[in-house]
Design a protein around this ligand. Structure first.
Ligand code: AMP
Ligand code: MG
Length: 479
């Protein structure tokens, strides 16, 4: 097999000609591979060894367009921080094409940072190395935690500096997704007022992601219900690991149910539902605790796009989607409580489970205890030492013990010891960007690949930042 043998099968390009612009990636001076995801390459049926080469670097930088690729920039709209933008689209990304992976699933391979497109507006279409590596490590960490996500196939530097503060190295991320179709894709199409086009997109998404909806009495409604269910499950998974996406705009929410667009995202340290890291989220719209509500809000925007297909009678269409939206909080709560039961090792369902969970979280909040360590330490009894007033913990732990929680091995499988700690991520990115030293990044990535297993010499990766390190920590959009 050769580096440029991908066996593309480009269904989006074929089926949805009105929803993209063909583009070619920009040529860059000096492509160099920083990281290649061999495990993912194998999953995609690609030849990782062949791609781990100058030819591979040229492909992932956009200099060589592999055989059968059909590069295109997808059109989408979206609500950003609640305000509607009619035309966003891939301004610095392109879809190279789709491959069928070894399990038979269709996967997009896209480049991010690959140059200007018709949707770039004022932007340069480029990406800086820091944000590219940040997306790489966050996505892989989420994947290893078992959370649906887009993933990094490769990161390359381009040999140019990008126009950002400090003139950082330019980079391109090769990203793999179940698809890149977003709530904003529907908004873009629906805004054109042509129900037949929305139908085209509905048919495509059903065929690709929700084939069971095809035979439903009301396929558009069945699709909507299925998307709501996947998002309820996804957000619950985020909440159970303390993940804060940071920019849950409708263009950053997939129809597939994968996490997408790791910009200002970060994991919470001390448990505080109001936690916000993103520098631009001044109102805390996308704070930790707001995520389920925002997901529902985004899904309501999706519902608006689907109304004409749900029922010809608009009142009836509204009633039908509202019914689905109204059960979203309960569906989310169910997924979340199931997740929390696993974290506490509760193997039976009891009426006071919710109180047991909430009382634990209230203790964490009151005593500013690290969310990840507090759960992880339940199995071996090390949680207690994290509490400044351990008597409160003891009282709670007695109730918890009375429930005869599962064996520690099982509880540990639900509570990671390693998450991408903010200070570790920053240190790894800084070494890469400032000194082209990728060792800290690679080490961090390796540790995060096995988040549930205590690893030798990795104790530092389990620890939260010191108070000084954590003070005022902010993340920035990866533009
Ligand atoms: P994001 O913050 O990545 O979700 O991007 C929001 C929108 O801004 C998308 O339409 C992006 O394609 C666009 N965008 C972000 N950065 C750039 C850039 N450097 N050049 C062109 N478009 C960009
Ligand atoms: Mg985005």
């Amino acid at each position: 097999m050769q580096a440029n043998t991908f066996h593309f099968d480009n269904s989006y390009a074929r089926a949805l000609p009105d929803f993209y612009a063909p583009v070619q990636p920009a040529q860059v001076p000096q492509p160099a591979l920083v990281q290649l995801n061999h495990a993912l390459a194998a999953e995609l049926g690609l030849d990782g060894a062949a791609l781990d080469s100058p030819e591979g670097a040229a492909i992932f930088a956009g200099n060589t367009v592999p055989l059968g690729a059909q590069p295109l920039a997808q059109a989408y709209a979206g609500h950003q921080f609640g305000g509607y933008s009619p035309q966003l689209g891939d301004g610095r990304a392109l879809l190279l094409g789709e491959v069928i992976d070894v399990l038979g699933a269709r996967r997009d391979i896209a480049l991010k940072g690959s140059g200007r497109t018709p949707f770039s507006r004022g932007g340069d279409g480029k990406a800086a190395l820091g944000p590219v590596l940040r997306e790489y490590v966050m996505g892989e960490a989420m994947h290893a935690l078992g959370i649906p996500t887009t993933r990094a196939l490769a990161a390359v530097t381009t040999g140019e500096k990008v126009r950002r503060e400090g003139a950082p190295p330019g980079a391109v991320l090769a990203r793999v997704a179940a698809s890149h179709i977003r709530v904003g894709t529907f908004q873009f199409v629906a805004a054109q007022g042509d129900a037949a086009k929305v139908q085209q997109l509905v048919d495509y998404v059903i065929a690709r992601h929700y084939p069971e909806a095809h035979d439903a009495a009301n396929p558009a409604l069945a699709l909507f219900q299925a998307v709501c269910e996947r998002q309820a499950a996804l957000i619950a998974r985020w909440m159970c690991v303390g993940f804060i996406h940071g920019v849950m705009n409708t263009d950053n929410m997939t129809l597939s149910g994968e996490t997408i667009d790791y910009g200002p995202c970060a994991f919470m340290d001390a448990y505080d539902p109001a936690t916000v890291f993103s520098s631009i989220d001044t109102q805390g719209r996308y704070a930790y605790a707001n995520q389920p509500g925002i997901a529902r809000w985004n899904l309501a925007r999706l519902a608006e796009c689907l109304l004409p297909l749900v029922d010809a009678d608009s009142d009836r269409a509204v009633a039908l989607v509202t019914e689905v939206l109204d059960v979203f909080p309960a569906r989310y709560q169910q997924h979340w409580l199931d997740g929390m039961r696993r974290k506490l090792g509760l193997t039976t369902v009891q009426d006071d489970d919710l109180a047991l969970v909430n009382d634990f979280l209230a203790l964490l909040e009151a005593q500013a205890v690290d969310f990840t360590l507090a759960f992880r330490g339940l199995a071996d009894g090390s949680s207690r030492a994290l509490f400044s007033a351990p008597a409160d913990f003891d009282a709670w732990a007695a109730r918890w013990q009375a429930r005869q929680p599962a064996l520690s091995k099982q509880v540990n499988q639900a509570n990671p010891v390693y998450i991408p700690r903010n200070h570790q991520v920053e240190a790894a990115l800084e070494a890469a960007v400032r000194h082209a030293d990728y060792a800290p990044f690679q080490r961090l990535l390796a540790v995060l690949q096995r988040p549930f297993d205590t690893q030798a010499d990795a104790a530092a990766y389990a620890l939260p930042a010191t108070t000084e390190q954590a003070a005022g920590y902010q993340t920035f959009c990866g533009t």
